[in-house]
Design a binder for this molecule. Sequence first.
Ligand code: AMP
Ligand code: MG
Length: 402
Amino acid sequence: MLDVDQARQRILGAAHPVGVEAVELADALGRVPATRAYVAQTDVPPFANSSMDGFAVRTADLPGPLPISGEAAAGGGPATVLAPGTAVRIMTGAPLPAGADAVVPVEETEEADGAVTISGAVELGANVRGAGHDTRAGETVCLPGVLGPAAIAILASLGLATFEVRRRPRVVILATGDELVSPGQPLQPGQIYDANSFGLSAAVQEAGAEPIRLPRAADDEAALQELVVRGAGAGDLLVVSGGVSVGRRDYLRPVLERIGRLSFWRIAVQPGKPLAFGDVGGTPVIGLPGNPVSALVTFELFVRPLIRAMLGRSGDGRGHQQALLTEPMDKDPDRQAYLRVVLSRQGEDWRARPAGGQASSQLRSLAAANGLLTIPRGLARAAAGERYDAIILDPTSVEVGG
Ligand code: AMP
Ligand code: MG
């Protein structure tokens, strides 16, 4: 059985970065920029302007009184000229009149009979933002891994209406199982609701890709084959849930062997073990175990990094911390375990406590967890008082103590 890192390397080896597309800035939140280093084509701001409401002056004329010879407002037209020995009333963002070399804030002036007198000392260039004060044409603007509000704002300030981002990888999701029913429908005896189509779709979106849900496949080899062919043709990646194990009705392996390639189908991971990887017509196909916790945890370990690689990004995009386990937990000695825990911290001291039952069918503990504690292969249990690596699934819900 492959261990987790070997399997991940094999899967990442199949990653091809997706192409780029231009999106409107209004739609750019969360998208991966095609470049992290954008070279500005214009100065921001494009002209010298005032950073205060006050008076534009020549410092050599101070302290006055200076007759007020005009007014400059933001958006009120091009820069005027400051007649020597006078002041121009100026608003924040208005172009600095030619000849002015400073702006005196209104709070530091006194006005009487149409003239203004300046109380304190004024430095040359005070309260003036030169052209390119934020960014000069030719300078590099560093962008984050995904576009957020500040990055989108600076691209807008540079005059860009659209920006090139990575296309969202299309990830086709195919749930298998005769027992599955869509939520909202009545259950017949022996049926359960399909959790994986929805959990995996959400995980695909969280990873920055676009989910495409296929109709569920019955536990029938021909039906599964047809949907696998269709799914592989419809996206950049096909994720199948269920039907990868050794049950008599687990057909994904024979189907992959027949119409594509099977690279491996077992990994020493808990929860997880049966996990099929291969391709159909060059489209990678990952078969995840049907148990909902196994499906989501193996998605986290294998599919999420693959989607990130398709987006030109590396790693899993999660924080990692050594955390001290507060209670002992059992695990399978032959597999690397990912235990569902609630992480908390006091200063730099991170703790992990069990989030509930750890069976691969117990989704409730995964929903309650904010981390996965990694316990290496070879260990028969995770010991209380020991520190293990934790994957932080949700940093916003880490409890912080005083
Ligand atoms: P399988 O991998 O198909 O053998 O399924 C393993 C277990 O997971 C069985 O108990 C299935 O009923 C359950 N299961 C499979 N697919 C889903 C799903 N989409 N939603 C909820 N449970 C599922
Ligand atoms: Mg099944």
